[in-house]
Ligand binder design. Structure first.
Ligand code: B16
Ligand code: MG
Length: 212
């Protein structure tokens, strides 16, 4: 029985993935590393620290801890600057109506994001009040593909993973959802179609009554 929907944020609720890409491309290029959309696919849903590690691997580069930490700060400053004007019109198709419908049917709602900027983004989008729990990159020890972020979400909602659906746009997130025993719904990224339990082009395709 479906009791809760847990949403990834970047790429499912809002298209901030392109902003992450531009910010990481700038960081990678400053290190002399080529970075294109196909490389960015590997970073979707991946924590900030692990993303920079992957970029360094890609360029077979080693840097000091000090430089590593400075790059994390400058990437985030650039990224946060680029999303200052984010607002409710930036929500992906079907998000608002799905949140409203689920809420009216008594289905609980949560966020399970790797992003440390999740609350800032939810406030910009003016949808924070829909969610009973927001688990983000600040409260998680093991990032996606580890299931911790979603398991913490289910626990905070007082539910078992089998009663929750997880909506994700990234390989790491689908892997995390499946490892945690959730139904993994892939959204808007054809690369994860085969990996997900259910696949939707966007959230307008999801029918609550089919599962509730
Ligand atoms: P931040 P999600 C993830 O958010 C993004 O997909 C990923 O590209 C980003 O590196 C990660 O958050 C960390 O974000 O730098 O803002 O803490 O898709 O899990 O909602
Ligand atoms: Mg995502």
């Amino acid at each position: 029985m479906l009791k809760a929907l847990i949403f990834d944020l970047d790429g499912v609720i809002v298209t901030t993935e392109h902003n992450h890409f531009i910010a990481w491309k700038r960081t990678a290029n400053s290190l002399g590393i080529d970075f294109e959309e196909e490389h960015n696919e590997l970073l979707k849903g991946v924590s900030r620290v692990d993303s920079l590690k992957k970029i360094l691997e890609l360029g077979a580069k080693t840097i000091s801890t000090e430089e590593f930490n400075e790059l994390l700060i400058s990437k985030n400053d650039f990224y946060v600057d680029s999303i200052q004007d984010l607002n409710q019109t930036d929500l992906l198709p079907g998000v608002l109506s799905l949140l409203q419908e689920a809420k009216s049917k008594g289905i609980k709602l949560g966020i399970g994001s790797s992003s440390k900027n999740a609350n800032f983004i939810l406030d910009k989008l003016a949808i924070r009040s829909y969610f009973e729990v927001v688990i983000d990159g600040n409260g998680v020890k093991d990032p996606k593909p580890h299931p911790e972020v979603f398991l913490n979400g289910a626990k905070a909602l007082g539910l078992s993973p089998k009663d929750c659906m997880v909506f994700e746009d990234a390989t790491s997130g689908i892997a995390a959802a499946k490892a945690g025993g959730f139904t993994a719904v892939g959204v808007g990224n054809p690369n994860i179609k085969a990996q997900a339990d259910i696949y939707l082009n966007d959230l307008t395709e999801f029918r609550v009554e089919q599962y509730a």
